[in-house]
Design a binder for this molecule. Structure first.
Ligand SMILES: Cc1cc2nc3c(=O)[nH]c(=O)nc-3n(C[C@H](O)[C@H](O)[C@H](O)COP(=O)(O)O)c2cc1C
Length: 210
């Protein structure tokens, strides 16, 4: 495990993976745990990840991703999706789980659940989808940093045809929309030598006074 700040500097969007190298399942479990522990608004957890292992499916997805090599060459491919709906039952289920975990009596959070159901119910479908999608990017960031801390390379990928992904992975049947992909593996030998230094604006460009 490398230290967080070291990992921040070492992480880069890997363009060429060594297709012969596989990430150990124990490390994959840790990366999955980073997704599970990522925060979400009201803890509604609208992120779902498809772990695409089938090689043929990966080839189909590559075609739907402007032929980006990472889609097939990376050891693992996670497709970060968001829920299309946050049903009243789902909101209740999450809060029943919370009651159980916190050792509270059933329906302790009834009022809060009603507040959430009402708030979600008032959102247009577009707003809900946008809100849910934003949460998946938090999980993506956590997964990228989990990879980096384990000295595993990754590449976030938004360059794909979402409609084709939905069709190939049958995402509408699952009530999901694909937002972003994370290719996970080990870079090809020598890739690090071809990398350019990080290009970032100054901290003073990111942080502004009022
Ligand atoms: C949301 C998102 C989508 C991205 N999509 C792609 C992509 O489709 N293909 C690709 O090669 N890189 C993609 N990148 C990588 C960025 O180009 C890269 O992160 C950026 O240039 C900064 O470089 P670094 O990550 O190596 O520091 C994406 C990055 C993010 C955060």
């Amino acid at each position: 495990m490398i230290d967080f700040f070291n990992a921040l500097h070492k992480r880069h969007a890997t363009k060429h993976f060594n297709a012969a190298l596989t990430v150990d399942e124990k490390d994959i479990e840790k990366i999955k745990e980073s997704v599970r522990l990522s925060p979400s608004s009201y803890n509604l957890m609208p992120c779902r990840v498809i772990d695409v292992q089938d090689k043929e499916v990966r080839h189909e997805l590559k075609t739907a991703s402007f032929n980006q090599g990472q889609i097939t060459d990376a050891s693992h491919l996670f497709v970060f999706c968001s829920l299309n709906k946050l049903s009243s039952e789902y909101i209740q289920r999450v809060n029943h789980l919370r009651e159980e975990i916190e050792g509270k009596e059933r329906d302790h959070y009834k009022g809060y659940v009603e507040f959430l159901q009402n708030m979600v119910g008032k959102k247009s479908q577009d707003k809900l989808m946008h809100w849910n999608a934003k949460q998946t990017y938090i999980a993506l960031g956590f997964a990228m940093m989990a990879c980096a801390s384990l000295s595993i390379d990754s590449c976030p990928i938004e360059g794909f045809d979402a409609a084709k992904y939905s069709q190939i992975l049958k995402l509408s049947d699952k009530g999901l929309t694909p937002n972003v992909v994370l290719a996970i593996g080990y870079a090809e030998d020598g890739e690090s030598l071809q990398r350019s230094p990080k290009v970032r604006l100054d901290t003073s460009d990111f942080f502004l006074d009022i």
